[in-house]
Design a protein around this ligand. Structure first.
Ligand code: GUN
Ligand code: FE
Length: 428
């Protein structure tokens, strides 16, 4: 279905706002030139000649945005989880990421990642590669072919990491990054964009951060990194940057924390009032990664506070801190984690609702990509068609109940069709 105008029919669900769903049974979703024209009860007369894909009883939801995922870590997902962040990085992550120096290894590993992401309900993602330029380009080639829309970053790291995964110097890291960006621009991708990716403060010297800011200003590209994830990491940043007012300030000092530089920070489990205030002022997006935060014993982020304070929040799988690219699982875990936090840590923050989590996974994270994650007119048409017949039920359920079941039970097997920017993705 790649005509400039087409129509999808089914049970259409999207977020009106963070507290309310719009549920439209047996409605028609019209896509025109890659954008949503609207959702209609009947096909308007001027569209009477347009072909309709009738998905019957299926649910049709906006595509999901994975605001934080590490492509090279897909190989060791669901393995080696009995550690906290810093030990886990040294033991599992750095040795695996070093393997992407070998392009044949990278090609095979990234093929599996890209194919599985393509078959999931995810339509947009912010993705970390490794420090390797060529392997990161290869990943971008594969993603471009998939039809998904992604930001992808060549990782920068020049300190506090093993020799085998350390860039030679801040200068060399900057040079490699510029060459990589030039390569990317030369490729003229339609759907795949570069994003600067300083791994996190502990692995980036001040000089490297300064170089990245110059690159960011010159090429006007966004930034992704990690923030206030785990107590051990946060204490380390205090030691490394005694001048910083809080962790986020160690990015902001270099101009890599929102404001004139679109930024997404993963985790923010321990972001205090001042850090949140700065993020709000600077328009920094938060990628909430509940599964990773549990697996690495980091904690539970105060997502309700983020929402109440009007911050930008999306959801992230954070594979391989998280074990799966399936964002339905991330949504369910976001709700479940918020309940434990409420009961055990802070009863002033009520658990997250289905409406809130669905909003975060669609429109909240989608906003990083522009008008994405909704079926309001003018939004880019990213849609996922969910067929829930595999998960049998003896009664007729209403659409909201069926959506809730999808959040707790669905995986790629429920994804019957997927559209990104008005183009159907081949799920094979
Ligand atoms: N902080 C720095 N690097 C990483 C990473 O690869 N995963 C997670 N979860 N946190 C990080
Ligand atoms: Fe991460």
């Amino acid at each position: 279905m790649n005509e400039p105008v087409f129509i999808l029919k089914g049970n259409i669900v999207y977020s009106k706002n963070k507290d309310e769903l719009r549920i439209l049974k047996d409605h028609y979703l019209i896509s025109e030139s890659g954008l949503v024209k609207g959702v209609f009860e009947k096909v308007p007369p001027e569209y009477a000649q347009v072909s309709v894909s009738d998905y019957g009883e299926c649910l049709i939801i906006p595509g999901l945005t994975d605001l934080h995922v590490h492509a090279p870590q897909y190989t060791f997902r669901a393995m080696g989880m009995d550690m906290e962040l810093l030990e886990w990085l040294e033991t599992n992550t750095f040795p695996e990421e070093a393997k992407y120096q070998d392009l044949e290894y990278a090609r095979r590993a990234y093929r599996i990642f890209t194919d599985n992401l393509k078959r999931s309900a995810t339509t947009r993602a912010c993705i970390f590669g490794t420090i390797h330029r060529d392997a990161t380009l290869l990943l971008m080639d594969q993603l471009e072919q998939s039809g998904l829309v992604t930001y992808v970053g060549k990782v920068n790291m020049d300190r506090n990491c093993p020799d085998y995964l350390r860039e030679e110097s801040a200068e060399e890291s900057g040079i490699q990054t510029v060459e990589w960006i030039k390569d990317v621009l030369h490729k003229k991708y339609q759907n795949t964009m570069p994003i600067l990716t300083p791994r996190f403060t502990p692995s980036c010297s001040d000089e490297l951060m300064e170089n990245l800011k110059k690159i960011q200003m010159y090429y006007q590209i966004p930034v992704q990194s990690h923030l206030s994830e785990n107590p051990g990491e946060i204490a380390w940043v205090k030691e490394l940057c005694p001048w910083s007012e809080f962790y986020g300030d160690a990015y902001d000092r270099f101009g890599l924390f929102g404001a004139d530089c679109k930024t997404v920070m993963a985790h923010c489990v321990y972001s205090g009032k001042e850090e949140r205030q700065r993020m709000k002022e600077n328009g920094v997006f938060i990628a909430h990664c509940p599964e990773s935060n549990m697996n690495l014993s980091s904690g539970v982020a105060p997502v309700r506070t983020f929402l109440e304070e009007g911050m930008h929040v999306g959801i992230g799988s954070d594979v391989a801190g998280g074990s799966t690219e399936n964002l339905f699982k991330a949504m369910a875990l976001a709700i479940q984690a918020s309940k434990l936090r409420w009961r055990m840590q802070d009863d002033s923050l009520k658990p997250l609702t289905l409406e809130e989590v669905f909003y975060i996974a669609t429109k909240g994270g989608g906003e990083f990509f522009g008008n994405v994650g909704s079926f309001e007119p003018g939004f880019e048409l990213d849609a996922v068609v969910l067929d829930d017949t595999r998960i049998v039920h003896s009664q007729n359920l209403d659409v909201r109940a069926r959506l809730e079941r999808m959040i707790y039970l669905a995986d790629e097997r429920e994804v019957r069709a997927k559209y990104v920017r008005g183009r159907e993705i081949c799920l094979q």
